[in-house]
Design a binder for this molecule. Sequence first.
Ligand SMILES: CC(=O)N[C@H]1[C@@H](OP(=O)(O)OP(=O)(O)OC[C@H]2O[C@@H](n3ccc(=O)[nH]c3=O)[C@H](O)[C@@H]2O)O[C@H](CO)[C@@H](O)[C@@H]1O[C@H](C)C(=O)N[C@@H](C)C(=O)N[C@H](CCC(=O)O)C(=O)O
Ligand SMILES: Nc1ncnc2c1ncn2[C@@H]1O[C@H](COP(=O)(O)OP(=O)(O)OP(=O)(O)O)[C@@H](O)[C@H]1O
Length: 547
Amino acid sequence: MTSPYPRIRPTGSTPRRVRDLALTFGLETMPGSTPAPGAGDVMVTSVASDNRAVADGDLFVALPGAQAHGARFAADAVARGARAVLTDAAGAATLAGAGLPAGVPVLVASDPRAVLGPVAAWVYGEPAQHLMTFGVTGTNGKTTTTYQLDHLLRALGWTGGLVGTVEMRAGDRVLPSRLTTPEAADLQAVLAAMCEAGVRTLAMEVSSHSLSMHRVDGIEFGVVGFTNLSQDHLDFHGDLQAYFDAKASLFTPERARRGVVVTDDVWGERMASAAGVPVATLRTCEARDGEAPADWTVTDVAPHGTGSAFTLTHTDGRSLRTSTSLPGGFNVANAALAVVMVLEGGAHLEDVAEALEGADGLCAVVPGRMEVVGPGGAGEPRVVVDFAHNTDALELALAALRPTTTGRLVVVFGATGDRDRGKRPAMGAAAVAGADVVVVTDDDPHGEDPAAVRAAVLDGARAARQVARDAGRDVAVSELAPRGDAIARAVLEAGPDDTVLVAGRGHETIQEVAGVDLELDDRVEARRALEQRTARTAAGEERTTTA
Ligand SMILES: CC(=O)N[C@H]1[C@@H](OP(=O)(O)OP(=O)(O)OC[C@H]2O[C@@H](n3ccc(=O)[nH]c3=O)[C@H](O)[C@@H]2O)O[C@H](CO)[C@@H](O)[C@@H]1O[C@H](C)C(=O)N[C@@H](C)C(=O)N[C@H](CCC(=O)O)C(=O)O
Ligand SMILES: Nc1ncnc2c1ncn2[C@@H]1O[C@H](COP(=O)(O)OP(=O)(O)OP(=O)(O)O)[C@@H](O)[C@H]1O
């Protein structure tokens, strides 16, 4: 039996009586599924919502889904050791005739997805209540901000746990992530494993999907943060207002005690006004005319190593100066948000300043976020891999690299298949506006025709190229697939003073093409191309010397 994904679970859990579960959450038990009199209590120690990840002692939660109903997998879940099932009326109807073994209670909830989080938290002993919890939402910056949060919390002496797009970390246990925010059954198991491992703080990404799909229900975050909002995921939410509303639901008493909102964009101001919990505002760029000062303000941004130094000041006069190693103004915003969330969570400014001093600022390496694969120099171009996969992020990533690019700025990118199609031409236009050489290739096509996705991006790029030409700026636009070839050509043809930005996939190592998972790591491809350049240069030099 294969499992689609391993899970981080606690090694030991207190058995919980299914009867108590049903009473606590007001769940009916499907007639005929109650254990025989005298058979003793059915106990569960853990929760799973996918049969392929079930272990002995699980409550299997059979959720209705867009592709299938989880009830279809309940018999296999029981065969794998699930002791009870929680589902909805449709699932119960399926199970009534499915011939589950006797003595497996089937609990029925009107909306099992809505109750899964609180149920899983109850089974695992409310792990989030034993952690200092920090949740970050926003279109871009969640991963970066959570890594900087974790870095600072560790610098303050805490053992930190991390959950997000790249990985889940619970003490010494690390697992690559499938989702940015895991389903509640998996998430509560990770939190329980963190508590078991002596972890004291949690820095986690909270995606808008997860908020709409109840994945973080059952968690009341100590502090939540909002980075920004721009066009993305509209295929799921429908429009920007619905996308905003999903994120705003994190700033409610059911989900958080207090918040920090970056008010650099209008959506941040709206988030601060809409919040149902106390929030501190943070501005990292010039205030708009007539705008009230934010609670926290970033000033005196200056180059510092590969990133920036900046000063954070509160209206009450508190102030500290620190830095981030990641380039770009947006990474100042991410670093500042991480610091303010920790301060708003109750840490003393002096302690934070001292910790940052000792930790050399916010210098967490964030896999695939402005990751320098080749530093440049010695005749080689600088090569950077970034996760920018929407218009706003691409614009900012290019803007972050332009000031330190003395030659041409080259960008290799594409757009994700089966996701928000509206952003494709805009991404093409953003690439032309910010770069000198634009190579359009595949990102993760998923089930879409890769050429059609590239064509949509090229439409925007070519239209913008004409505008650039009319303004006297010539931008080279080309198309090349597969992605590995595009990365190789860009790196091999770049000049020694050029910067090559490979954008869109960051840390990812699997590219899904027509349902087939291909191994593809942009960093490996870029490194290989740099090695080819070096070998070619060496061979050229040898030919010269032997000539
Ligand atoms: C839109 C969305 O989020 N869909 C999620 C949803 O899918 P679904 O409702 O279609 O579920 P389904 O596949 O029909 O399965 C129904 C039930 O049967 C179970 N099942 C299914 C198959 C099986 O063999 N055995 C089994 O038990 C499933 O676990 C589920 O409980 O429930 C599934 C099971 O948990 C998720 O895997 C799936 O995420 C899909 C894969 C996905 O791509 N989600 C993305 C959009 C997402 O959530 N992204 C955000 C980040 C966005 C961003 O900021 O970039 C994230 O937090 O990762
Ligand atoms: N504060 C920000 N504002 C705008 N763009 C940003 C910001 N922070 C990072 N970016 C850009 O967005 C990309 C994604 O950053 P990051 O992974 O930290 O965000 P994310 O919200 O976790 O994204 P995802 O949810 O897709 O994982 C980065 O590679 C960078 O190009």
